[in-house]
Design a protein around this ligand. Sequence first.
Ligand code: SF4
Ligand code: SF4
Length: 468
Amino acid sequence: MYNITHIFDVDGGKYALDFRNIFFCQLDKKTESELNGYLTVDGQISDDYAFGTALDAAVRHGFFISNHPDEPIPLFDYDTLNISFAPVHDCNFSCAYCYAEGGKGTASYQRSFDKDMIDAMLNYIYVTKYSNYQKYKFDFVSGGEPLLNLDILEYFLKQVRIFDWKYNKKTAILIVTNGSLLTSEIIKKLDKYDVYLGISIDGRRHIHNLHRVYKNGIGTYDDVVAAITNLRASSASFKLKDAWAMSVITPKTGNLVDLMEHCMELGFKRMQMQLLRVPNNHHLRFHDLTSLKNKYKELFAYILLCAEKGNLDPLKMIANDNDSFGKFIARLILRKKVCYRCFAGKNKIAITADGIVFPCDSFCGDSKFAMDSIINPAENESVREEFQCAHIQHREKCSTCWARFLCGGDCYYNSFVINGNIYDPDPFICEMNRFFIEYAIYMIMRLYEVDKKNIDYMARLLSVNSYL
Ligand code: SF4
Ligand code: SF4
């Protein structure tokens, strides 16, 4: 028999998660002892058991215990190719925590794409190497500030729409900018190409300016907020104005409620709070754990309080697959299982200005992870295989972890930097992910108590909100 149940406490309540079937419920004293009894007798239901209503149905449908191991993970097969590239590996900021070191981190000798290289890249993607895909997503999230090379960015946007038309494909584009260069003229230009926009903001002035500074050390907050205000006041499309707030959570991030409220005040309706993982002087470590968890508990209490008053906006802000916590809310509500941390090296690639293909932006410049070249294609199968194999059954610690089907494993790059290989997860991230999952279950159960329509509404919203 295989135990597929995790029982845990949050805020004085007991909960049970069948982590293989993503089924969960709250336990009272009676159902807890019934479930424990059931688990200790390896799933044999004796006539003496009279489970509580929710448990009874679940147990009789085969939840909580199983007589077979996890199904083998099928080959990774998705219909969308995710691509990222930095039009220029450079930035006008010098954010203290930037993995790309303001564009210097990528070891590519060619810093900037030119038109020929954009054409070569699009040909490689749409015509020669990945023509089997119907949908593509480009994102400009890291590696350099995309608006610094506006001519090339615009050339790319024009060309990609031509490729879409010519090859009957559908391409989504997300541009994440530091905001400082987002003038009215650029807003108009971007709006022509039907793109999604994200703007990096870490909180109010004193928090944002702790890390997000110009190269001369001056804080960037005022310029970023001026650009956001300008965007809101512009006549741009709803899609562009509905930009995402992208916030990095560091040990110095203050109150998370305040961060979320500030983003709402600036007009954001969706945000991604991402824990800073890359090991440098600014990343989160075990001595930050208690304080970080307490900050999140305040945020959870705030979201629940708002929901009790009929306001689901704070929950909607973060319930998306890229928020460090919100992704678990989304997966639990949709009962979506994951087996990989991300698409890197499978149906996600990053391309540098000298045409080398890597599994994702974070690996750019490390020749061990070079997968191919768009100029002289010669695929390094071993890198693709390594990432294809890096699912939860092949990551030793993940294979027995109760969180595996919701977590999917630690970021491959983070694991690599912390432990020297892409398989061995970072224990700090494990601790946070397990904490997030338990609290996400607790919150969903509380939201359900407030009004069960909340969960149906969120499920509908999440299932149609397909980008990101
Ligand atoms: S919490 Fe850690 S061990 Fe568990 S699945 Fe996630 S990365 Fe793997
Ligand atoms: S390996 Fe890490 S940095 Fe790269 S795409 Fe995956 S989660 Fe993101």
